[in-house]
Write a protein that binds this ligand. Structure first.
Ligand code: ARG
Ligand code: GLU
Length: 695
C-alpha cells in the first residue's frame, strides 16, 4: 500500500513535471516525442511534422495573423473560433441580416461569403538558420554592431533561399535571439464565410464567463479556403475553387475523458517565461495594478451607460469587450502569480543559478547578469509605468484623447514634408470616421473624468464642451484645407491644446527613455538565456511564443482553484440550460437549442452517457493566438477547439504551473451537433471524415 502510494506520487509528479512549453514542430524527435508518448500519444514526430510527406502541420493555418484555424475536409473547410471570425461575421451583418444575432449558414458553395483582406497562412517547411544568422556575431560586439551583423547575415540567408514563386518566408529569433528559424509559407487570400452560430451560442456567457471555468461557449465559426485551378493561392475570383489540402483533420466522435492525451497545434502570440524575479514583481505589483485601475475606472462608466441605454449598449459592445478582456486577464494573472508563489520560486531558481555559476567558475562571465537586472529594472520602473499609463489612457480607453494623439501625429508628419502630411491626413480621416461610428461624447466624457486623474494633474473636462472633435462633421472640418490652415485650426481646438503637450512629452521623453532602457534589458535577457542554457542545461527550455507554429501537449485534467474545490474537466449541455436567463444579453439560449435539449435529439453526437459535452480543460500550455487551435487526440484526430484559459492560470504567459494552468477547448461533438441538429447544415458534416478511434 505504501509503495503504491509512493508510486502514485511519483507518477503524478512525473506527469505534472513533464508539461508546459510550446515546442518547435520540426524539433520534436527525441525528448518531446518520448514525453508525448508517455502521456499517451501514439503519434510520431513525423506524423506531426514532415517536409517530404503530408503531416498534421499541413492542416494548421495562421488565421489573419492573430488566430489559428484548421482544415477539416478535403474541400478546404476551415474551423476557427467565433471570436476570431467575429469581424467578418459582423461585416456581413445588417439590421435585416443580423448574423451576429441569428447566426449564418451557407447551404451551398454559392452562398459562401468572400472576405476582403482575410488570409490564412500555412507553413511549408521550417529551417534552422542559426549558424548563418549568427556568423561572426561574437560576445564583444555592442548591441548595435550585433544587430547590423545580423542584418547582413539575414540578407545572405534570403539570397540563398530556395522557394516557389508563390511562396513567402519569415525569419524569426528564438530563445531571445540565441537561435533563428526560417519559415517558408503559403498564404491564401480567398477565404469565405461558411457558417457561424448565433452569439447566444458562439459567445454564450460573454464577459461574465470570459476567462472562467466552468464554461459553456460554442466558440466556433467555419470558413472555406479557395484556390485557383492549379490549387495554388490566388486573390478572390469567382473562378476559384475549393482548396484541396495536403492534409485535413479527421474528427473524432469518441471525444475525450479525464486523463486522455491532447495536443494543441497553433500559433501562440507572445509569452515571457524567462524573466528575472524582479521583472515579474514589477509586472504584478506595479504594472498590472495601475493598468487594472485605469481600465476599471473606464469600465465602470461604460458598463453603467450600456446598462441604461440600448443604443449605447450596441455601440460600445466590442469596445467594452476589448477593454474588459485584458482587464480580467491581468487580475487573474496577479491572482495566479500570488497563489503559486511564483516570485519566490523564481528567486529560489536564481540562487541556484548563482550557485551553479560559482561551481562552474563562470562568475566572471555571467555573474553580472542578475545584479544588472536589479539595477536596470529599478531605473525602468517609473518610465515603464508612465508609458503604460499613457497607452492605457490615450490609446486604449479614452477616445477623445486617441483622436488628439492621432492629430498630433499628423502635425508631426509635416516634418517629413507636405506629401507625408497629406497621406497621414487621409488615413486620419478614415480613423476619425471609424471612431465616430460608435461614439458617444457623454460616455467618453465620463471615461475622461474617470481615467485622466490617474494620469495627469490637469483634468479639465470642460474641453468636451468646446472641442470640435466630439462631432464627426466638425471634426472633419478641422482637416479641411492645406497643412497651414489645418494646423492653425487644430492649435485653436480646446482638446488639441489640452492634449498636445502630453503627447509631445510622450514622443520626446517617455518613449525614447522607455526604449533605451528596454533595449538594454533585452540585450541582457539575451545573455541571460545563453547563460541559463549553458550553466543549467538540465532545465526544461522552450522558446517563448513569437507567433510561429508550435506544438503544446498535455492531458485532459480538472484542477483545484481553492481549498476543498475541484473543477471537473468537462461541461455539458445541462450546464447551458442551468445558466439560461431568458432575454439576457449574456445568458439567453436560442429556443431551438432548448427544444433539442428537451427532446434529447442528439443524433450521433452524445457521449456514452447520452449527454452533449460542451467544453473541456487540458494542461496544454497556450496563449493568445492559440484561439482556434485544434485539440488533437492520441491518434491525430480533432477532438476540440482551443479558445481560452482559466482565470487562475492566465499567468502561464510568464509562469507555467501545471497545478492550475489549464486551457479551455470546445468539444468538437458540440460543434458538430450545432452544425447538424441546430443549423441543419448536414452537408458540411458529410464533407468531413468522422471516426471512432476508441471503438
Ligand atoms: N479570453 C479569450 C481571449 O483572450 C476570449 C475572448 C473573446 N470572448 C469574450 N467574451 N470577449 O481572446
Ligand atoms: N482567447 C485567446 C485568443 O484569442 C486565447 C486564450 C488565451 O489567451 O489563452 O487567442
Amino acid at each position: 500500500m505504501r509503495i503504491f502510494k509512493f508510486l502514485m506520487l511519483f507518477i503524478a509528479f512525473q506527469v505534472s513535471a513533464q508539461q508546459g512549453g510550446m515546442w518547435i514542430p520540426s524539433l520534436l524527435e527525441g525528448m518531446n516525442e518520448a514525453e508525448m508518448q508517455s502521456l499517451g500519444s501514439k503519434l510520431t514526430a513525423q506524423d506531426i511534422y514532415d517536409v517530404n510527406n503530408s503531416s498534421l502541420k499541413d492542416a494548421i493555418g495562421h488565421f489573419n495573423g492573430g488566430c489559428t484555424s484548421e482544415v477539416i475536409s478535403p474541400k478546404g473547410l476551415l474551423l476557427t473560433n467565433h471570436h476570431c471570425g467575429f469581424g467578418q461575421i459582423q461585416s456581413h451583418s445588417s439590421l435585416e441580416n443580423d448574423y451576429l444575432k441569428g447566426g449564418f449558414w451557407a447551404m451551398n458553395l454559392e452562398e459562401e461569403l468572400p472576405n476582403e483582406g482575410l488570409y490564412v497562412e500555412f507553413i511549408v517547411r521550417i529551417e534552422d538558420v542559426t549558424s548563418a544568422m549568427l556568423e561572426g556575431v561574437t560576445d564583444n560586439l555592442t548591441p548595435k554592431e550585433r544587430q547590423s551583423k545580423i542584418d547582413i547575415n539575414r540578407n545572405k540567408v534570403v539570397k540563398n533561399l530556395k522557394k516557389e514563386a508563390w511562396q513567402g518566408f519569415k525569419i524569426k529569433p528564438f530563445y531571445k535571439g540565441n537561435q533563428y528559424y526560417l519559415f517558408v509559407t503559403e498564404r491564401f487570400d480567398d477565404i469565405r464565410l461558411v457558417g457561424a452560430p448565433p452569439s447566444s451560442i458562439g459567445k454564450f456567457g460573454s464577459d461574465t464567463d470570459n476567462w472562467v471555468w466552468p464554461r459553456h461557449t460554442g466558440d466556433f465559426s467555419i470558413f472555406r479556403i479557395y484556390a485557383d485551378k492549379n490549387n495554388r493561392p490566388a486573390s478572390y475570383s469567382e473562378d476559384n475553387i475549393p482548396y484541396t489540402p495536403k492534409h485535413f483533420l479527421p474528427v473524432s466522435l469518441d471525444g475525450i475523458e479525464e486523463g486522455d492525451f491532447t495536443m494543441v497545434f497553433g500559433f501562440p502570440g507572445r509569452t515571457n517565461e524567462y524573466l528575472p524575479a524582479v521583472a515579474m514583481e514589477q509586472i504584478t505589483k506595479k504594472l498590472n495594478p495601475s493598468n487594472i485601475a485605469i481600465r476599471e475606472a473606464a469600465l465602470e462608466v461604460i458598463d453603467a451607460n450600456m446598462k441604461a441605454d440600448d443604443q449605447i449598449r450596441i455601440q460600445y459592445a466590442s469596445k467594452q469587450a476589448r477593454i474588459a478582456n485584458s482587464w480580467k486577464k491581468w487580475i487573474g494573472e496577479n491572482l495566479g502569480i500570488e497563489k503559486s508563489d511564483a516570485v519566490a520560486i523564481k528567486q529560489q531558481f536564481e540562487s541556484e543559478f548563482t550557485k551553479a555559476l560559482k561551481a562552474q567558475d563562470k562568475e566572471q562571465k555571467y555573474g553580472n547578469i542578475l545584479p544588472d537586472f536589479e539595477q536596470k529594472y529599478a531605473t525602468f520602473e517609473a518610465i515603464n509605468i508612465k508609458r503604460n499609463n499613457f497607452v492605457e489612457v490615450f490609446i486604449r480607453t479614452n477616445e477623445l484623447m486617441l483622436m488628439t494623439f492621432r492629430l498630433v501625429q499628423l502635425e508631426k508628419s509635416l516634418d517629413k514634408g507636405e506629401e507625408a502630411f497629406e497621406k497621414t491626413k487621409k488615413s486620419l480621416i478614415n480613423q476619425l470616421k471609424s471612431i465616430h461610428k460608435n461614439y458617444n461624447a457623454t460616455v467618453d466624457k465620463g471615461v475622461f473624468e474617470a481615467v485622466m486623474p490617474l494620469y495627469a494633474d490637469n483634468t479639465d473636462a470642460s474641453i468636451y464642451n468646446k472641442t470640435a472633435l466630439t462631432n464627426l462633421d466638425t471634426a472633419l472640418k478641422l482637416l479641411e484645407g492645406d497643412s497651414k490652415q489645418v494646423l492653425k485650426k487644430l492649435n485653436k481646438d480646446a482638446a488639441y491644446k489640452y492634449a498636445k503637450p502630453m503627447v509631445l512629452e510622450f514622443y520626446e521623453n517617455i518613449e525614447p527613455e522607455f526604449q533605451r532602457i528596454n533595449n538594454e534589458i533585452n540585450t541582457l535577457q539575451t545573455t541571460y538565456m545563453t547563460a541559463l542554457m549553458e550553466v543549467m542545461p538540465e532545465e526544461r527550455y522552450f522558446p517563448d511564443a513569437n507567433s510561429t507554429l508550435r506544438v503544446t501537449y498535455g492531458k485532459v485534467n480538472g484542477y483545484a482553484p481553492r481549498d476543498a474545490i475541484y473543477y471537473n474537466p468537462v461541461t455539458y449541455l445541462d450546464g447551458v440550460i442551468e445558466k439560461y436567463v431568458p432575454g439576457d444579453y449574456e445568458f439567453d439560449v436560442p429556443e431551438k437549442l432548448r427544444e433539442l435539449y428537451n427532446s434529447k435529439d442528439y443524433g450521433q453526437y452524445a457521449d456514452k452517457n447520452g449527454k452533449i459535452p460542451i467544453c473541456f480543460l487540458g494542461t496544454n500550455h497556450t496563449t493568445g493566438g492559440n484561439s482556434g487551435s485544434p485539440a488533437i487526440d492520441a491518434e491525430g484526430n480533432l477532438v476540440g477547439l482551443n479558445f481560452d484559459r482559466v482565470w487562475e492560470g492566465t499567468m502561464s504567459d510568464i509562469y507555467y504551473d501545471p497545478e492550475i494552468c489549464r486551457n479551455i477547448m470546445v468539444d468538437l461533438r458540440y460543434v458538430l451537433f450545432i452544425i447538424d441538429k441546430y443549423a441543419g447544415a448536414k452537408h458540411l458534416i458529410d464533407e468531413m471524415t468522422l471516426v471512432h478511434p476508441k471503438k
